[in-house]
Design a protein around this ligand. Structure first.
Ligand code: 5RP
Length: 237
C-alpha cells in the first residue's frame, strides 16, 4: 500500500504525519460543526468511516441520519444509529463527505469508492455540504484522479466509445458492482478545466447514471487536514 508522508518541524524535531493521521484529524474536527437537531447526510469512504466511529459522541445533536452507501449504513447501525430513508426526511440540514480531488471552487471528483450516485443525490438534497479531506486531495485542476462514471451495464460499450470520442480513456472497474447494480468506468486523461460543462456533457450520454464530477453540487465548506492542523475554507467566488 502506498502511504504518503509529509515531514515538518516541531520543537526542533522532525515529525511525520501520514495521510491516515490527517484523515483522523479532519474527521474529528468536523464534529465541532454539527449543530442541534441536525438531519445529517453521511457520505462514504475511509475518511467518513473514521467520522462514523466518532459520531456516537454527537448523538444528542442528531435528529436523523441518512446514508449514501450500504457500507456506511452498516457502520452507522453498528455505532447505534437508526438510518432513515431520504424520502422520509426530505431535505438534509448537513451532508458530510470526503473527496478524491477538490479544487478552490470546492468542485470535486468523487466516486473512488463507487458510491457517487447516492452521494450526489444526498449532496443535492442538503442545505450545507461539508467536505472533509487530507490535504493530498487539494488540486488546482481536476482530472489527475481517474473520473468514475456509473453506467447501466448494457450501455458499457456505447458509453465507453463516447468517452473516447471526448478524449478520455475509460477503464472498466474490475469485479465491482455499485449499490445500484451498475458498473463503473474510470476515465483517465481528462484534464477538467471546465467542470460544470463536462459534468453536464457526460450526464447527457444515454446509459450514464451519474459521473463523479461534483460541480453542480460542489461543497459549501472544506475542512482540509495538513501538517499544521485543519484549515477551513469556502468556495472562491
Ligand atoms: C466514495 C467517495 C469518497 O468520498 C472518496 O473516494 C474519498 O474517499 P477516502 O476518504 O477513502 O479518501 O467519493 O465514493
Amino acid at each position: 500500500m502506498l502511504v504518503s508522508y509529509s515531514v515538518y518541524y516541531k520543537n526542533n524535531i522532525f515529525l511525520k504525519m501520514d495521510q491516515n493521521t490527517k484523515k483522523h484529524r479532519v474527521a474529528e474536527s468536523v464534529l465541532d460543526l454539527i449543530g442541534n437537531d441536525e438531519i445529517l447526510g453521511i457520505g462514504s469512504g475511509s475518511t467518513v468511516n473514521i467520522l462514523i466511529d466518532h459520531l456516537p459522541k454527537m448523538k444528542n445533536k442528531i435528529s436523523k441520519v441518512v446514508s449514501s452507501s450500504i457500507k456506511s449504513t452498516e457502520l452507522l447501525k453498528a455505532n447505534g444509529f437508526e438510518v432513515s430513508e431520504l424520502k422520509s426526511v426530505g431535505k438534509l440540514s448537513t451532508y458530510i463527505d470526503g473527496a478524491d480531488e477538490i479544487n478552490g471552487y470546492l468542485q470535486m471528483i468523487k466516486g473512488g469508492g463507487g458510491a457517487l450516485t447516492r452521494e450526489k443525490i444526498l449532496a443535492h438534497s442538503s442545505k450545507r455540504f461539508i467536505c472533509i479531506v487530507d490535504d493530498s486531495k487539494k488540486v488546482n485542476i481536476l482530472g489527475n484522479y481517474p473520473l468514475p462514471i456509473e453506467v447501466i451495464p448494457l450501455a458499457q460499450s456505447a458509453v465507453a466509445l463516447e468517452l473516447i470520442r471526448m478524449g478520455g480513456r475509460p477503464v472498466l472497474r474490475q469485479n465491482f458492482t455499485t449499490d445500484n447494480g451498475n458498473i463503473i468506468l474510470d476515465v483517465h486523461n481528462f484534464m477538467i478545466s471546465e467542470p460544470l460543462k463536462l459534468e453536464k456533457e457526460i450526464n447527457n450520454i444515454p446509459g450514464v447514471v451519474t459521473n463523479g464530477i461534483f460541480a453542480l453540487n460542489h461543497a459549501d465548506m472544506l475542512l482540509s487536514a495538513g501538517d499544521n492542523g485543519v484549515d477551513i475554507s469556502e468556495p472562491i467566488v
